[in-house]
Write a protein that binds this ligand. Sequence first.
Ligand SMILES: [Cu+2]
Length: 139
Amino acid sequence: MRLSRKLIVNIVILGLCVSVGSVLAIQTLFPTTTQLQQTIDDVSITLAIPNNPRIYESHQFRVTLTDTTGRPMNDAHVYLDLDMPTMPMGINQPIADALPNGVYETSTVYTMDGLWSITVVATVEDQEYRAVFFTEVPE
Ligand SMILES: [Cu+2]
C-alpha cells in the first residue's frame, strides 16, 4: 500500500500537534516557576520564582509591575533583597534588568536551604514600593 502524500503530510502535522500539546501539558503539570503577587499602594508586583531551586545554582527571578488598570509599568528601578527570616545571610541584592512590558529580570543563588524572604524593591518616580515574599528552599 502506498500512502498518499496528503496523508503523510496530515500524519506529520498531527505528530507535531501532539508534541506541542505534550510540552504544554507537561509545563502545566510541572511548572518551572511559581507566581506570587502583591499589590502595594497602586502597584501590582508579581514575582516569578523557580520551583525546586538548588543551593548555589543560579536561578532566574522575574518581576512584573502593573498599575491598577493592568498597564505595564516601565522605567522602574528594581532590585531584590534575599535573606532568611531566622538568620542574617549577608547581602544578596541583585539588580534587575528592565525588559519590555513592565518586566524586570535578574538572577541569583540561594546559599542555604530553608525559608527565605525575597523583598522586591521597586522605585517608580522616586516612590519606593516593597513587597516581601517567602519561599522554602528544599535541602
Ligand atoms: Cu541561613
